[in-house]
Design a protein around this ligand. Structure first.
Ligand SMILES: Cc1ncc(COP(=O)(O)O)c(C=O)c1O
Length: 383
């Protein structure tokens, strides 16, 4: 096992935030990408009923895998058999399974930088080699087929994320099609992280399965479905990979939580309630996009989807971790430092999660305005 796994610095900041809260400070949690809303009502009702009536042993719900398969037909026009869907304890184990069952130690796995912290860490934990492709302002924060083509030799695999964390950038359908075509030509396996699907503010995100049926797709109930702590997700595998993926699931995790499976089946039919959360995120996003540039944060990645704003603070600091801690201690607004997502350029970025209430965003902006106005490059670089 590799010892190169780095800490998730936002967790350390969150710990400080909770300490400050314990001291009576008012804290606004914008450091993690987790909805503050909780599971849909109908899902909670089912969970209460099941708790009182079932023993809840090891189990995989056929009704849920069938429902997820129907979701692919209805949302993307893609035929997926129920058997191709393996229920997992969130997207995190789905990522472990996708990587462990498709690649071997030493394989090179490409991914965008900035990107979700667990990509490079999971790849390293499995003794594979992350190949980070810079996707900054110049690339509109989006991975492209051209960048993959520039890798020599070709990597064994690529992790594609759209909408992406930390930027929210969505790769348009033609971009996904080009990546799929390129990977097919060079024999690069695709792992597509579609955990932020359902959370988009313009055009909806497309599934990689529309362009590459051999792709492994990971998804979860943590984000759109607002059920992060229920620990439930899924992996879609091509038919010839199912037996292998199921063997890995059995060996590493057995099954996913029974209670969560019951609740998730109900959650999939709570579209209206869940779309209501998206409308709150849409309003929060608009408030931030209006206010942040006025505070000097003008270079922002395109937040097409997800619930993040990834902003360049390079005019104020070259140490985003210290900057986020100072911001937290001074204002009570907890954020995530760019170093979590980008070990090279992330020292000059900050991520705001807007998966909170609109009242909290308004309050955060009240505190951030005077704070940013008081910052000067000289002072920030000195600390
Ligand atoms: C891009 C991305 N993928 C995967 C995950 C893991 O999600 P979970 O294991 O809760 O399903 C997260 C969590 O924030 C994420 O941002």
């Amino acid at each position: 096992m590799s010892d190169d796994v780095e800490p998730f610095y936002a967790i350390a900041l969150s710990r400080i935030a909770h300490e400050l809260k314990g001291q009576g400070r008012s804290i606004l949690h914008m450091e993690f990408g987790q909805p503050s809303t909780g599971a849909p009502k109908a899902a909670l009702e089912v969970a209460h009923r099941v708790l009182d009536s079932e023993a809840m042993g090891y189990w995989e719900s056929t009704a849920l895998t069938e429902r997820i398969a129907r979701h692919y037909a209805e949302t993307y026009g893609v035929e997926v058999a129920r058997e191709q869907i393996v229920l997992t304890c969130g997207a995190s184990p789905a990522l472990v399974m996708a990587l462990a069952s498709s690649f071997k130690p030493g394989d090179r796995i490409a991914m965008a930088r900035p990107g979700y912290v667990a990509y490079r860490n999971t790849v390293r934990a499995l003794s594979m080699v992350p190949v980070e492709i810079p996707c900054g302002h110049a690339e509109s924060f989006r991975l492209s087929a051209e960048q993959l083509a520039a890798l020599d030799p070709a990597p064994a695999g690529v992790i594609v994320a759209s909408p992406a964390n930390p930027t929210g950038a969505i790769i348009p359908p033609e971009g996904l099609a080009a990546i799929a075509g390129h990977c097919r030509e060079r024999g690069v396996k695709i792992v597509s992280d579609e955990i932020y699907h359902g959370l988009s503010y313009g055009e909806p995100a497309h599934s990689m399965l529309e362009f590459e049926p051999q792709a492994l797709v990971i998804n979860s109930f943590s984000k759109f479905f607002s059920m992060a702590g229920w620990r439930l997700g899924w992996l879609v595998c091509p038919p010839d990979h199912v037996a292998r993926a199921r063997a890995y699931m059995g060996a590493l995790f057995l099954t996913s939580p029974s209670l969560a499976q019951h609740a998730a089946l109900a959650a999939m039919d709570c579209r209206e309630e869940l779309e209501g959360h998206v409308e709150v995120y849409r309003a929060n996003r608009a408030l931030l996009l209006e206010a942040l540039p006025a505070m000097g944060l003008t270079a922002i990645a395109p937040p097409d989807g997800a619930f993040y704003i990834y902003a360049d603070i390079g005019h104020l600091t070259n140490d985003s971790l210290a900057f986020c801690e100072r911001l937290l201690r001074d204002t009570g607004v907890a954020t995530a430092p760019g170093v979590d997502f980008d070990p090279v350029d992330g020292r000059r970025f900050i991520r705001f999660s807007f998966a909170v209430s609109t009242a909290e965003v308004r309050e955060a902006l009240q505190r951030l305005g005077p704070w940013f106005a008081a910052q000067s490059p000289a002072r920030s670089f000195a600390t």
